[in-house]
Design a protein around this ligand. Structure first.
Ligand code: BJW
Length: 228
């Protein structure tokens, strides 16, 4: 059995029509991080943050946003009998699941879910975020917040990820700039074991030198080749 951990970032969904964060025309260009991706930003201007996530949620539901061959190839890898795959994504979209993956660790949360800020209970998104979108777990209901991990908050599923990293034979990072921790440090954790490490990206990244191998190219082309 070969144990593989795959970490994906915004680059894997770029060819599905979703913007990355740090590209020149990326999400952070029009929406400064500190305004839309911190608890303080949400406290200051909840409406702005709700609009940011509502727009992305609505875009995800449009017909032209579909999983691409990279998402599908990773779903195929999940089915390979000789491989034990842990698929960890920093992405909050649902393209891995729509591409056929069944077990995905969404370490930065999920766009199609809402969370009660009080009980932390998670709900499927039934309607756009607004002051009227209330939880059903509290009395009176609390205003639901996006089920996403902002800067300064604890990423999700880390126990499982750290366990997989310390036992894996191969760690592959696909389409992530390596600027956000703890994900950017996963390569070092995997290397501390006996794992081989591979980075897949269209350009060199900040943590590129931490990987043993690098494959330059679009995820939709390189990932299916790797999986074959
Ligand atoms: C392609 C491609 C194609 C394009 N094919 N490739 C100082 C030092 C160290 C850490 C810190 C520090 N100060 C603060 C921190 C902690 C902080 C942090 O990392 N800050 C940095 C800015 C320094 N981290 C946190 O606060 C995290 N929590 C935390 O640390 O908790 C404490 C803790 C303690 C101990 C252990 C563990 C934890 C939380 C981070 C939350 C990040 N949230 C966001 C928003 C989520 C919701 C949303 O989507 O709106 O997550 S920020 C944003 O960045 C989003 C992404 O998941 C994340 C990573 O971005 P990603 O995926 O890498 O995208 P890009 O755009 O950066 O890169 C895309 C890449 O794709 C590029 O390289 C392209 O080249 C490539 N590409 N097309 C292949 N076709």
């Amino acid at each position: 059995m070969i144990r593989v951990v795959v970490l994906t970032g915004a680059g894997i969904s770029a060819e599905s029509g979703l913007k990355t964060f740090r590209a020149e025309d990326g999400l952070w260009e029009k929406h400064p991080i500190e305004e839309v991706a911190t608890p303080e930003g949400y406290q200051r201007n909840p409406q702005l943050v709700r609009e940011f996530y509502n727009a992305r949620w609505q875009q995800l539901a449009t017909a032209d946003v579909e999983p691409n061959p990279a998402h599908r190839a990773l779903a195929q890898l999940e089915q390979a009998p000789e491989i034990e795959l842990t698929l960890v994504t920093q992405n909050i979209d649902n393209l891995h699941e729509r591409g056929g993956s069944h077990h995905v660790v969404h370490m930065h949360g999920e766009l199609a879910k809402a969370r009660c800020p009080s009980s932390q209970q998670v709900f499927p998104m039934a309607e756009p975020f607004s002051e009227q979108a209330l939880c059903t777990c509290c009395m009176p209901g609390e205003i639901l917040r996006p089920h996403v991990v902002w800067f300064g908050e604890m990423p999700l599923g880390l126990d499982r990820v750290y366990h997989a990293l310390s036992h894996c034979d191969l760690f592959v990072a696909i389409g992530t700039s390596g600027t956000v921790y703890p994900a950017a440090g996963f390569v070092d954790m995997a290397s501390q074991g006996h794992a081989k490490t591979l980075e897949v990206n269209i350009e060199p990244t900040k943590v590129g030198s931490h990987f043993q191998y690098s494959l330059m190219g679009k995820a939709s082309e390189t990932v299916p080749q790797l999986v074959e």
